[in-house]
Design a protein around this ligand. Structure first.
Ligand code: G6P
Ligand code: MG
Length: 219
């Protein structure tokens, strides 16, 4: 099956926002007296805002009611938005723009598939909205990765069947979501962590059309 669309996760694939999520969660955990490390932050990759808070409360063994949870998640997001509102195009990860342009020249559709509700703001801040034919994000989905919803919506928006889509993902839950959508998946990061991906590259700077084509022979 020829690749007709590439769907990109945003955080950790196209832009380096994981550190801003970490800074904002850290500010909250300091306030709550929870010991939260950069290693703990790995568990939050690809995970929705509320589910991330649940993981943090579990780490700190802290119980709180739903109203308080919403209040703290909102506070974390206010801090996060404060950080990302200062982002510049310099924070686009290396190789992203050349690779996406190469795909577009080859008439392959490009889409975003991200859990983040802040996707529109990030794309606008770093000036890459026009590189994507469609944006499927946390504002239009109801089921978090590993549920395939976000990627299936992206495929639908660009009118391509799932088996002709390739997903680029840096999170374990995201790789699983791609497989659940019956799509091919290229992991961004370490093969030791993204064990279920069809293949793994350290970053989009290692990708090109020829490499993508080799994936078409994988089952
Ligand atoms: C991405 C990130 C997660 C984040 C989630 C929701 O998947 O990898 O770390 O929690 O988006 O982001 P949001 O901007 O909606 O809080
Ligand atoms: Mg990610």
């Amino acid at each position: 099956m020829q690749t007709a669309a590439c769907i990109f996760d945003l955080d950790g694939v196209i832009v380096d926002t994981a550190r801003y999520h970490f800074l904002a969660w850290k500010r909250l955990t300091d306030q709550l007296g929870i010991h939260f490390t950069i290693e703990d932050n790995e568990r939050l990759k690809g995970v929705s805002r509320m589910a991330s808070l649940e993981i943090i409360l579990e780490i700190g063994n802290v119980k709180m009611n739903e109203h308080k949870k919403l209040e703290y998640a909102t506070l974390k997001n206010e801090w996060y938005v404060e950080y990302i509102s200062k982002m510049t195009p310099a924070e686009i990860l290396p190789g992203s723009i050349p690779f996406i342009n190469e795909l577009r020249k080859a008439d392959i559709r490009t889409a975003i598939g991200s859990a983040s509700k802040n996707t529109p703001m990030i794309l606008e801040r770093v000036g890459i909205r026009e590189l994507f034919d469609a944006v499927s994000d946390g504002n239009i989905i109801s089921k978090a990765k590993p549920d395939p919803e976000v990627f299936l919506k992206a495929a639908e928006m660009v009118h391509v069947s799932p088996d002709a889509c390739v997903v680029f993902e840096d999170a374990v839950a995201g790789v699983q979501a791609a497989l659940n959508a019956k799509m091919k998946c290229i992991g961004i990061g370490s093969p030791g962590i993204l064990t279920k991906a069809h293949f793994v590259v350290p970053g989009l700077y290692e990708m090109n059309l020829a490499k993508l084509k080799t994936l078409e022979n994988y089952t």
